[in-house]
Design a protein around this ligand. Structure first.
Ligand SMILES: [Zn+2]
Length: 884
């Protein structure tokens, strides 16, 4: 699954850099498969499901029957499986086809545990059986279980059906052993309206006309797989396809949108070729579709169903009217991520959610690696620092958790989809791959795949294979970084130079933003250090260490930035690096900016160290470096909210630094422009608009006004940042104009964007109108939650109070999986200490104890923000007074 996407610039402007989520759970050693957590009795094991589905889209319900082939392992007179919101009309068991059937004597449903139990008058002896169940269920409006999405197409109202089963929602469509460990084969058939296209994991095996005009479609039987990977889609679709390595690759869209899918189709061809080679096990299904759907989720943007990836339109299609460079990157990244899961997750699956990171950390790393390789012109390798920051921002709070964590409930599993699982997982893999070398790493992955295909694993199964391939112990290092939480910190003492060699003393500690009460944890940290321009030297640092580097000069630790740790230099060493900043590789410039920002905000360095470094960035620094500086200045601007004088001083400085960069890249794309410049231009317009650059605001307004008659005034590449500036600064008349445009828009994808824009307005009265809009279905059933989330950017307290005040109405607008994180997520962006009690009261009223991890992190984020405003900003004020 790919989490919901939000652009870097928007993230910075919305103050999202420290994010939200996790649980506080003690480190747990990886469990053995046989002992894996289960919520079901282990007396029965399913081997095959034959599902027959009759959806009634118009009435948002379905009827179905399933025949489950299963083995009874321990004699029992009852069978318990997962079921949610299903009503059973019949249940019977037999020893096989044609054998006498025994009807269940009692069917009981436990809504809290999401189980159904079937009791039989006679005990079932050990052996093989077929359980046949007839039942009905509900088609929802949010992405959980089987759900519908409504949209306009050619002026007509349409409804399409899709499924979303991760992590534990297959039980809403099929009574099943809905845990990743219970792999089985699936044969799905469905009765569907003629003229609609049905899509599932496997290709269609047959289609037959029924007497009433409907069609019975049968899909080929799937390989052995987990329930959460099953998919069914139905609607007025069209499909484009291509063949790579004997596999048919397809993109499925709503009718009329296929023209926007060519880039996605081309991407999937290139990625499949790459993965067939990398994994050493060829993609095992006959086809792989990617189904684009209108609407959105607050939780995810795409899902890796085996052979039938599901992606919301905004994360896959490129509409030439609005598509930007970053949309193109997103489309490719999301495909690369979900396709990596076809191996890591689908072919080899974690035994239980404790090891979810094996899916998500790996797919995230593979996505970055593949994007870097196949689109070198995007310089994607530079994003590694931003990824690491997303993880560390959360990992340095006391409420963090280890990458491998114990999960007991479905709610906890939902909360595990966070930046520790994804971004820390990715960053740790990057470090370990760098440590053993990429050939050894790949050899390890290949043998892991070959050995565990169609099976389930825990993290140690991966370490074992990599260690064998690398002939180098990595399990102990991997355990340090995955079984214990937190961020290591390496202190670097001033260097001593003698006989052309530099000696540095290093001390390993821990970086925490809010914890002082505990001895630092201990890690074996793979460190790479060099003198600037000299050869890199490697060491494994645990406790105290010294390194000798060839050459004399400025010392750079974590050179290349593959390490997951913070580097704290002694003042003289940092001053030397500041002086050398302009000549460092871009990746190290990014790493130094990030470290100095975080260490400064945490009080371990002067808060202004970041500004000292940023002031050394030359105008022609890499676009990613300027994006990061702009993003940090935007975050500072946000931190000064409610302090107008100080904010004005920061804004003045930000304009002085950033306006010349925008002047250099211009508003119009140069013919020979490098691809990342387009992203920088977008970020600069956004941030300069936010810090009140009159020239940028005026130019945005001029272009917006001119666009009514001149298409070239607002080309696709500039449309989003221009509208962002217009919407943020909108008065009532402008807001009404944008609202009218949103209402009239025909494209579901563009319509969603326009409704989001209405929500980023700074004016409070207009933001209130956006909140009211969120309660309606005007922008579509999945849009309300997004509107509120965007209002929370400028007005977190207002958005939170409104959301909780309308809790019942809003809960229906969020998919079940995101409920325990959505509300705390809004409040967690506040800087008002009063929000802390509000969040505690919310958790007490609405959340079970095991689902309060996001609330705790939201509270920790607010506490940190309050501390930062009172204790750290004065140093920034003083710096600005001197340099502003
Ligand atoms: Zn994923």
């Amino acid at each position: 699954m790919k989490r919901s996407l939000i652009s870097l610039a928007v993230m910075a402007l919305l103050g999202l850099s420290t994010g939200l989520a996790p649980l506080t759970v003690a480190a747990a050693p990886a469990a053995k498969a046989a002992k894996a957590t289960t919520q079901l009795p282990r007396n029965a094991v399913p081997t095959h499901y034959a599902v027959s589905l009759v959806p009634d889209a118009a009435n948002s319900s379905f009827s179905a029957s399933v025949v489950i082939a299963l083995d009874i392992k321990q004699a029992s007179n009852s069978i318990t499986l997962n079921a949610a919101d299903l009503k059973f009309s019949a249940a019977a068991i037999s020893a096989g086809p044609g054998k006498p059937a025994l009807a269940a004597s009692k069917i009981s449903v436990d809504n809290d545990k999401q189980t159904a139990t079937f009791e039989f008058a006679q005990p079932l002896a050990v052996g093989s059986y077929q359980l046949k169940l007839d039942y009905t269920g509900v088609i929802g409006t949010q992405a959980a279980g089987i759900f519908s999405l409504d949209y306009q197409n050619g002026g007509e109202k349409k409804r399409a059906l899709y499924t979303q089963f991760e992590n534990s929602e297959a039980r809403r469509m099929i009574p099943s052993w809905d845990e990743p460990f219970y792999k089985a084969t699936f044969a799905l058939e469905a009765t569907v309206p003629a003229g609609q296209m049905a899509v599932s994991n496997m290709p269609l095996a047959s289609t037959s006309k029924l007497a009433d005009g409907r069609e019975l479609v049968r899909f080929a039987t799937s390989p052995k797989m987990s329930t959460y990977l099953l998919f069914f889609g139905l609607g007025e679709f069209e499909r484009a396809s291509a063949v790579e390595g004997g596999t048919e690759l397809g993109v499925v869209t709503q009718k009329g949108s296929l023209g926007q899918a060519q880039f996605a189709l081309d991407s999937s061809v290139a990625v499949l070729k790459e993965y067939n080679d990398y994994f050493g096990v060829k993609y095992p299904l006959p086809k792989l579709d990617n189904i684009a759907a209108p609407g959105r989720s607050q939780f995810f943007s795409a899902m890796e169903n085996w052979g039938a990836i599901f992606t919301f339109e905004a994360a896959i299609l490129l509409d030439p009217r609005v598509a930007t460079q970053s949309d193109k990157e997103t489309s490719f990244l999301v495909a690369a991520h979900e396709m990596a899961h076809q191996w890591f997750g689908d072919l080899v699956t974690m035994t239980w959610w404790d090891d979810l990171w094996l899916n998500e950390g790996f797919a995230s790393w593979m996505e970055s690696r593949t994007t870097t390789r196949l689109h070198p012109e995007w310089n994607w390798e530079l994003r590694a620092v931003g990824t690491r920051e997303q993880a560390m921002g959360r990992d340095a709070l006391v409420t963090t958790h280890p990458v491998v964590q114990h999960i007991a409930t479905v709610e906890q599993a939902s909360q595990a989809f966070d930046s520790i699982t994804y971004q820390k997982g990715e960053s740790v893999i990057r470090m370990l791959e760098n440590y053993v070398g990429d050939d050894a790493w790949r050899a390890g992955v290949r043998s892991y795949m070959a050995k565990h295909a169609y099976g389930n694993t825990v993290s140690d199964d991966l370490w074992r294979e990599v260690e064998k391939a690398a002939h180098k112990p990595i399990t102990a290092i991997a355990h340090d970084f995955t079984l214990q939480p937190g961020v290591p910190m390496i202190r670097v003492a001033d260097a001593v130079c003698k006989n052309g060699q530099t000696t540095i003393a290093l001390t390993q500690g821990e970086f925490s933003k809010d914890r002082t009460d505990k001895k630092p944890l201990s890690w074996r940290v793979p460190v790479i250090a060099q003198t600037v321009g000299g050869a890199p030297v490697r060491a494994l640092v645990n406790g105290k260490a010294s390194m000798t580097l060839p050459g004399c000069g400025t010392v750079l630790v974590n050179a290349g930035q593959s390490g997951y740790y913070r580097t704290l230099y002694a003042p003289k060493a940092f001053a030397a690096l500041t002086d050398s900043f302009a000549g460092l590789p871009a990746i190290d410039q990014l790493g130094l900016l990030s470290d100095s920002w975080s260490l400064g905000m945490a009080g371990l360095m002067p808060a202004s160290s970041f500004l000292d470094l940023a002031s050394k960035a030359p105008l022609d620094a890499a676009p990613q470096v300027w994006e990061q500086i702009a993003g940090s200045l935007a975050a500072l601007h946000q931190s000064y909210e409610g302090k107008p004088e100080q904010q004005a001083a920061l804004d003045r400085y930000a304009r002085k630094r950033l306006a010349p960069v925008l002047a250099r890249v211009g508003w119009t794309k140069a013919a020979d422009e490098a691809a990342p410049v387009a992203n920088l231009r977008e970020t600069l317009i956004n941030v300069l608009g936010a810090v009140g650059d009159e020239g940028v605001v005026a130019e945005a307004r001029r272009r917006y006004a001119a666009s009514a008659t001149d298409k070239d005034a607002m080309p696709a590449a500039l449309r989003r940042p221009i509208l962002g500036v217009i919407a943020a600064n909108a008065d009532a008349a402008t807001w009404d104009q944008l609202h009218a445009a949103a209402r009239e828009e025909k494209s579901t994808m563009i319509k969603s964007e326009l409704y989001d824009l209405l929500a980023i307005v700074k004016d409070k009265a207009l933001a209130q109108r956006a909140l009211e809009l969120a309660l309606t279905d005007e922008g579509g059933a999945t849009e309300g939650a997004s509107i509120l989330n965007h209002v929370a950017g400028h007005h977190p307290d207002m958005a939170y109070d409104f959301a909780v005040g309308h809790h019942g109405q809003l809960e229906k607008k969020i998919d079940a999986t995101s409920r325990s994180r959505y509300f705390p997520g809004l409040g967690g962006r506040s800087a008002d200490p009063a929000m802390i009690d509000k969040l505690r009261a919310y958790a007490k009223q609405y959340l079970p104890a095991e689902a309060q991890g996001d609330t705790r992190t939201a509270i920790a984020s607010i506490q940190y923000r309050v501390k930062l405003r009172t204790t750290r900003l004065p140093e920034i004020d003083a710096w600005l007074a001197k340099h502003g």
